[in-house]
Design a protein around this ligand. Sequence first.
Ligand SMILES: [Zn+2]
Length: 382
Amino acid sequence: MKRFKFFLALSILVTMVWYSCKQDLYLPEPSKTEDQEILDFLTAQGIDLNDVEILDSFVVYQDDAGWDKAALLRNIREGADPVYELPAYPDSAVSDRQRGIPNANLLDAVAINRVNNLKYYIRGSVQSDCGAGWVTAIGEAMNAWNTGITNSRVHFTQTMILSQADIIVGSDNDMRMPSDRRNLPSNVVARAGFPDDEEGRPYKYVSINDAYSGWSSKMKTIMHEVGHCLGYRHTGTLDGQHIPGTPSQDEHSIMNTGDNMAPYFTAGDQTAVRRYYPLNMGPTPPTIVSATNVGNGVARIKYSNPLAATNPYSWVLVQKFTTSGVFIESKYFLSDYPDGNGVFTLYWYNNIPGQTYKFRIAGLNFRRDASTNYSGYVTVGL
Ligand SMILES: [Zn+2]
């Protein structure tokens, strides 16, 4: 018996040593590579993988845009879609409409308290490699973003101090640009990326292909790339989400991928920018048009935006109270498509039939970091 125990102990010891050696020799394989994780995520987003190329630290999308790989992985692993009521309007029809940040990922937009004070830095390589025409075009493009859209909060100034730059523009031949923002393919004039930063910064780099010193559309190209840095996708594709309030056809949109060379923001571009980056959301609140009991504990609230042309809402926040004014709950609703009279409709489900409630609402931009004041209260018995 004693001898048996000895052999048992010995065999356990040998087994443990063998396993530990084995673990040293054969490291466990990762269950999924980072690249595969990214490809699976993008596939689940409905993205055509023919449009995707994974580099060392950057994921190219549709040639001239993409994501920082580390930020995208963080988003995949930690990101959660915000909770809101009412699914987005069906968005499958092919159209030219402006495309914004997909899946209402609010934090992929630039923070409202940054977007009015963005600084860009032009590397010397732009002039030396790409030509002075590009330097001029960058200034003109930034000025167009500053002045070409009414009621927009987006504002750029040039900085000569690299460490202060929100956006760095450089030649794709510049060794000081991140390695995989360099050496653009011959068919790509310039490349930027999408914002994906917890602090709400824009995407940081715009690379210009130094083979395009004679390019005839420099200003529009920079306007377009800056649009990516602020979160906008390609108009006229199915990437991202349709931005409500933009037209169904807009071939001259600054974010169109076609051969539009005109350096002007269309009315649709302007609406897209106001929804994300309004100059000033407040204080005028939405107007509640009606609140109705539609049965089974469902309240229908109709509202309008008195400043729809200048301050379109991406969301409304609805607060629910008891009749004596005790707060119960709040919910976000997409503010997508008004009727022909500019009236929006939302439904608050799962109230208690027989109860009477008070509601009030406020309008918000896409990132929900700018808001109107609250409307007055409306009372509805259910
Ligand atoms: Zn683009």
